[in-house]
Design a protein around this ligand. Structure first.
Ligand SMILES: Cc1cc2nc3c(=O)[nH]c(=O)nc-3n(C[C@H](O)[C@H](O)[C@H](O)COP(=O)(O)OP(=O)(O)OC[C@H]3O[C@@H](n4cnc5c(N)ncnc54)[C@H](O)[C@@H]3O)c2cc1C
Length: 411
C-alpha cells in the first residue's frame, strides 16, 4: 500500500487530491510523463487506467462504444477466490483481487456488497472431492467451511436448501455492480488527470525504429509511448495491434436483472443451474450455469456474436428460464419482475487463464485479456501499472504471460 493510501483511508476526496498532487510531483521530477493509451473501457481497462494515473502516467482511455458496454455490463460480478480457482497460482491472483477490492472500497467509494457465498452441491459423486477442496481452501488462507442445515436457515431464511448434499460457505466473497464500479474507476482516473474518449475505436499503431510513437483511432491520432489492449473478447485485437495472437474460446453468457425488491438473499448463492445475488439497491442478479440452449436456432443467432438479444421478448424468455431454476431454491422469487436480461461474450483465453504482459512481438504494447475480470480488475490494474511505469515485473503474473503455450483447457 502506498503512503497516500495509508494516510487517507477515511476521506476519498482528500485521497484523490493527494494522489493528484503526488502524480504532479512525479511529473515535475521527470521531464516527460509516460503517455499510455488504454484501449477498452471495461472494468479491466478502467482499473488499469486508474492505477496508471496514480502512478504518474499520462493516460488516455478510448472505447469504441463506451464504458462497461460489453462483458463488464452483463457480468454476474461475483468477487471470489473459491475452490474452483485452480491451480494455486491462479487462486493466489484471485485472492489478491479480493483483497485489493477491500483496500480500494473506502478510498473510491466502490459499490460492493460483502458477506460471503454459499455454493450448493447436489451431486453425490462430487462429495469427497469437495471435502478435500474445502480443506485445501483453508490451507490457502480462506475462511471456507461446510455448513449444516440449521445454520443455513439462519444464514438465508428465504432459501430452500433441501435436495442439496453439501453447502460450502466462503466468508471472504462479495459482489459488485460492475457498471457502477467501472465508472468509479474511470472517475477516479479522470480526477487524477486521465482522459476518457468514446466512441473512439483503436484502428492502428504508428511505429518508428521499432518503438510505438502513436496510435490511430477513428477520431484521429494520439501520441503514445505505450498501448494497453484491454479489449476483452474482441478476438482479433491482439493480432491487429500487438502482432500477437491471443487464442480465445467462444464463451457467451447471459444474466438477468429484476426490479428492486425487499431483501430476499444476503449472500452470493451458487446453486446447481443458477446463481443469485441481491445488490444493495434491491435488484436481484441471476446468472445461469449452462450456456445457451444447444439448438440450431441459437447456434445461428450466436454466430454473429450479438451484444443484445434480438428483442425484449426474447430477453425475457431467457430471464424466465433463469427464474424457473431460481424458484426451486427461492420460492419467493415468483414475485420478481424483470427489468431485462443481457447477453455478452466472456473474454476467455483458450486455457481459461488471464493473458497479462507485454506482447513478445511489440515491446510497447501490453495485453490484458481475462475472464474473472471482475474479481481480478483491481489487482490487475495495480500490477499492470507497476510493470508499465516502474518496470518491475510482478511475480503474481509469472504464469499468465502471453507467450505461454495455450494447450491445457481449464475445467
Ligand atoms: C455472463 C457473464 C458472467 C460473468 N460472471 C463473472 C463473475 O461472476 N465474476 C467475475 O470475476 N467475472 C465474471 N465474468 C467475467 C468478467 O465480466 C469479465 O472478465 C470482465 O468484465 C472483462 O472486462 P474487460 O474490461 O476486460 O472487458 P469488456 O468489459 O468486454 O471491455 C472491453 C472493451 O473494449 C472495447 N473495445 C474492443 N475493441 C476495441 C477497439 N478496437 N477500440 C476501442 N475499444 C475497443 C469494447 O467496446 C469494450 O467496452 C462474467 C462474464 C460474463 C459475460
Amino acid at each position: 500500500m502506498s503512503d497516500p493510501e495509508r494516510t487517507l483511508r477515511v476521506d476519498r476526496r482528500r485521497f484523490l487530491q493527494l494522489l493528484g498532487a503526488a502524480a504532479l510531483a512525479r511529473e515535475a521530477r521527470s521531464a516527460t510523463r509516460l503517455r499510455v493509451v488504454v484501449a477498452g473501457a471495461g472494468i479491466v481497462g478502467a482499473s488499469i487506467a486508474f492505477h496508471l494515473a496514480r502512478s504518474g502516467a499520462s493516460v488516455k482511455v478510448i472505447d469504441r462504444e463506451g464504458p462497461a458496454t460489453h462483458a463488464s455490463r452483463a457480468s454476474f460480478a461475483w468477487i471470489n477466490a473459491t475452490w474452483s480457482k485452480q491451480p494455486h497460482s491462479y487462486h493466489r491472483l484471485n485472492q489478491a483481487g479480493v483483497q485489493r477490492w477491500k483496500t480500494l472500497q473506502p478510498l473510491l467509494n466502490l459499490p460492493l456488497r460483502w458477506g460471503g457465498s454459499l455454493e450448493g452441491n447436489a451431486d453425490a459423486s462430487l462429495e469427497a472431492e469437495l471435502v478435500r477442496r474445502v480443506a485445501e481452501q483453508r490451507d490457502w488462507g480462506e475462511q471456507t467451511r461446510l455448513v449444516g442445515s440449521a445454520e443455513l436457515s439462519e444464514l438465508e431464511p428465504n432459501v430452500d436448501f433441501s435436495g442439496l448434499r453439501q453447502v460450502i460457505h466462503s466468508a471472504n466473497d462479495g459482489a459488485t455492480d460492475p457498471v457502477a464500479a467501472t465508472h468509479a474507476f474511470l472517475g477516479a482516473a479522470v480526477a487524477l488527470g486521465a482522459q476518457v474518449e468514446h466512441p473512439c475505436e483503436l484502428t492502428g499503431v504508428g511505429m518508428s525504429a521499432g518503438r510505438l510513437v502513436r496510435v490511430q483511432t477513428s477520431r484521429g491520432e494520439i501520441p503514445a509511448d505505450r498501448l494497453v489492449l484491454a479489449t476483452g473478447a474482441a478476438a482479433d485485437a491482439g493480432k491487429m495491434f500487438a502482432d500477437w495472437d491471443v487464442p480465445l474460446r467462444e464463451a457467451p453468457g447471459a444474466t438477468a436483472l429484476t426490479s428492486p425488491m425487499a431483501r430476499l438473499v444476503h449472500r452470493v448463492l451458487w446453486m446447481p443451474g443458477v446463481h443469485v445475488h441481491q445488490r444493495d439497491d434491491g435488484r436481484i442478479v441471476l446468472g445461469e450455469e449452462a450456456g445457451p440452449p444447444q439448438d440450431e436456432a441459437h447456434a445461428l443467432r450466436l454466430h454473429e456474436h450479438p451484444d443484445d438479444f434480438p428483442a425484449r421478448e426474447i430477453a425475457l424468455q431467457h430471464a424466465e428460464r433463469m427464474r424457473a431454476a431460481a424458484q426451486r431454491f427461492l420460492p419467493a422469487f415468483q414475485r420478481a419482475e424483470f427489468e431485462g436480461a443481457r447477453i455478452c461474450w466472456r473474454p476467455m483465453p483458450l486455457d481459461g487463464y488471464p493473458v497479462l504482459g507485454v506482447s513478445p512481438a511489440r515491446p510497447d504494447t501490453y495485453l490484458a485479456v481475462t475472464h474473472s475480470g471482475v474479481t481480478l480488475a483491481p489487482i490487475i490494474g495495480e500490477l499492470v501499472a507497476q510493470e508499465i511505469v516502474d518496470g518491475r515485473r510482478a511475480d503474481l503474473l509469472r504464469e499468465f504471460r502471453p507467450d505461454r503455450r495455450f494447450r491445457e483447457l481449464a475445467p
